[in-house]
Ligand binder design. Structure first.
Ligand SMILES: Cc1cc2nc3c(=O)[nH]c(=O)nc-3n(C[C@H](O)[C@H](O)[C@H](O)COP(=O)(O)O)c2cc1C
Length: 181
């Protein structure tokens, strides 16, 4: 077993050690989805690891499921992420950005437009979710039309380069749960 404190080459980047921070939702963004000073401080404090994977970040308003999760679809979001990425790079770390569309695991209390979540089918997950108004049942989602599926793909396609523009070293998609699942 290699020493965890030795460097590791991952594609084009040379990680200073073999520790990776898993993507973990922090719910510390401003309610408009902008990662604030607290996010930059939180990520920066942990950036001595070789690689940080960010928390799941919504590519659109529809993609938000939980309160105070960050987005990457407005200019304010991009600037907020730039501060986070700068804080990580300043300590010699690298950062992969995680895109995540929460799909039906959403509540109108939590989204900027206060609409129900969207999914391939109008079937509720039968779960409860934390919301700004406390724990609530997840409502039945609205089924996406074929056109909206294409729009959602476009949302991902626009979000990924914005994450790179904000300074991320790579982009990763949360694909084992939520909308894509
Ligand atoms: C508080 C918390 C938030 C999490 N948020 C995310 C997330 O945003 N995206 C993701 O892919 N996984 C998320 N996870 C899953 C972790 O990445 C996962 O627990 C980690 O990879 C360790 O894997 P294990 O739980 O199978 O041991 C979260 C886990 C915790 C505990």
């Amino acid at each position: 077993m290699p020493d965890m404190h030795t460097p590791f080459t991952l594609g084009r980047i040379r990680l200073r050690n073999r520790f990776v921070i898993a993507p973990m939702t922090r719910a510390r963004a401003d309610y408009d989805g902008t990662p604030g000073a607290l996010a930059a401080e939180c990520y920066g404090q942990r950036a001595r690891v070789g690689l940080t994977v960010t928390e799941g970040t919504q590519p659109s308003e529809d993609g938000q499921g939980y309160p105070a999760t960050p987005g990457i679809y407005t200019d304010a979001h991009l600037e907020g992420w730039r501060k986070v990425n700068d804080a990580i790079h300043a300590r010699g770390g690298y950062v992969f950005f995680q895109l995540m569309h929460a799909g039906r695991m959403s509540h109108p209390d939590n989204t900027p437009h206060h609409r129900q979540g969207v999914a391939p089918f109008a079937i509720a997950p039968g779960e409860r979710i934390f919301s700004r108004g406390g724990m609530k049942d997840v409502p039945v989602p609205r089924a996406l039309s074929t056109v909206e599926v294409r729009d959602t793909i476009d949302d991902y396609a626009h979000a990924a380069p914005r994450a790179i523009e904000a300074g991320a070293d790579g982009v990763e998609i949360h694909g084992i749960a939520y909308l894509i699942h």
